[in-house]
Design a protein around this ligand. Structure first.
Ligand code: NAD
Ligand code: WQD
Length: 369
């Protein structure tokens, strides 16, 4: 019995793989590494004492999937692989529709051919759309404000149609709220490429000197301090939600079930910045700008269904989140590129200074932290 984790080298996937391995499961990762680093595989081995089989496979490639599914005795799948940048999806809608819908469709067809029908899908609170209620409940209407969000709405529909047509499937749709934080070791964490789109990675990069200041998108929302409110969920809690979801699929009779994974509590943008300053001892310079298009004022989960049915609940609050995110960023100021010199090859060491002119600032930040 092997669990196939697509996108398992990515941010949420890597944390989940560690928990699955710790749980004694056999895992194979399929990932193109287009938004992740092979270094994460070494870190997983370092943390778990197990080297997870890795296949550099695009899940849009049916032949490669057939080879993988023939080679490994896969019984269940967690499907993280996909593109996730909201702004990029607005600029490149066809790429997002083609990539996210195409890969999921190809994967589901391959699994069906191989008789593998336990499937966990990474959905998002973004499917509650611009008129999201707070707290959001699983049977609220779905919608989206951007092509990325629509791919999640459409894939969810694809999965419900599949489960309605063939009741051998056992599908869990997990709607994540705002995943943040890092493994408590500081060895695994979120490593966005380029300028971060999301709030906490931006804040941590300000703290290590990779960004000058945080732009707060709007302080005129109808919230206590005027900034947007979100349900920030520790990635370790999210990972544990997947372990619980797989256990649920093994015992349920329902072909498809949908769960919010959130804490049920909202924290404002300013509240998160204050918590991070407390956890890190760094002051985060802030500039207020107009609202960002497509943002809702308040988003948080009603996670009572996941609490009751999965027996899962989020354990970590905002202070743990900030402490762990800061440990990861402080230990890895350049993300997975920040390997200690003794571990880096000569080839990767040479161009490092050229590529990262901010390194002096990083050294200062490291001393302060
Ligand atoms: P990530 O980009 O860190 O991980 C995705 C991984 O999938 C990457 O390692 C990437 O290389 C790989 N990948 C992409 N396309 C692939 C393909 N066709 N075949 C094989 N591998 C491929 O993203 P993440 O933050 O870990 O998100 C995982 C999933 O959760 C995504 O589906 C995302 O949409 C969803 N999600 C993320 C968030 C968030 O804020 N991080 C919130 C809600 C939902
Ligand atoms: C949070 C708050 C911003 C950055 C996104 C996706 C969603 C899901 C999770 C994948 C908002 C404010 C942010 C910054 C800021 N991803 N902010 N300055 O937008 O709630 O959700 O990630 O499924 O689909 O939309 O998260 O972290 O981008 O923003 O003021 O530099 O922080 O306006 O109020 P969001 P976020």
């Amino acid at each position: 019995m092997t669990i196939l984790v697509t996108g398992g080298a990515g941010y949420i996937g890597s944390h989940t793989v560690i928990q699955l391995l710790d749980d004694g499961a056999d895992v194979v990762i399929a990932d193109t590494l287009e938004n992740s680093s092979a270094v994460v595989l070494d870190r997983i081995a370092e943390l778990t004492g197990r080297r997870v089989p890795f296949e550099q496979v695009d899940v849009s490639d049916p032949q490669a999937l057939d080879r993988l599914l023939t080679r490994y005795d896969v019984t269940e799948v967690i499907h993280f692989a996909g593109l996730k940048a909201v702004g990029e999806s607005v600029e490149q809608p066809l790429r997002y529709y083609s990539h996210n819908l195409g890969s999921t469709l190809t994967l589901l067809q391959a699994l069906d051919r191989h008789g593998i029908r336990r499937f966990v899908f990474s959905s998002s609170a973004t499917v509650y759309g611009p008129d999201a209620a707070a707290p959001a409940q699983e049977d609220d209407p779905t919608s989206a404000t951007n092509p990325y969000g629509w791919t999640k709405v459409m894939i969810e529909q694809m999965l419900r149609d599949l489960a309605a047509a063939d009741d051998r499937w056992r599908i869990a749709i997990l709607r994540y709220f705002n995943p943040v934080g890092a493994h408590p070791s500081g060895l695994i964490g979120e490593d966005p490429r380029g300028r971060p789109n999301n709030l906490l990675p931006f804040v941590t990069q300000v703290a290590v000197g990779r960004q000058n200041e945080l732009t707060v998108f709007g302080d005129d929302y109808p919230t206590a301090d005027g900034t947007g409110v979100r349900d920030f969920i520790h990635v370790e809690d999210l990972a544990s939600g997947h372990v619980h979801a797989l256990a649920h699929l093994r015992r349920t009779d329902e072909p498809v079930s949908t769960f919010n994974l959130g804490t049920g509590e909202g924290t404002s943008v300013r509240g998160l910045v204050t918590a991070f300053e407390r956890a890190s001892g760094h002051r985060i310079p802030v500039r207020v700008a107009p609202r960002r298009a497509g943002d809702v004022a308040v988003s948080y989960a009603d996670s009572s269904k996941a609490n009751d049915v999965l027996g899962w609940r989020a354990r970590h609050g905002i202070d743990d989140i900030c402490t762990d995110a800061w440990r990861w960023q402080r230990q890895n100021p350049l993300g997975y590129e920040s390997l200690p010199a003794r571990r880096r090859s000569a080839r990767t060491q040479a161009p490092r200074r050229q590529r990262y002119p901010l390194l002096p600032a990083l050294r200062l930040a490291g001393r302060a932290g």
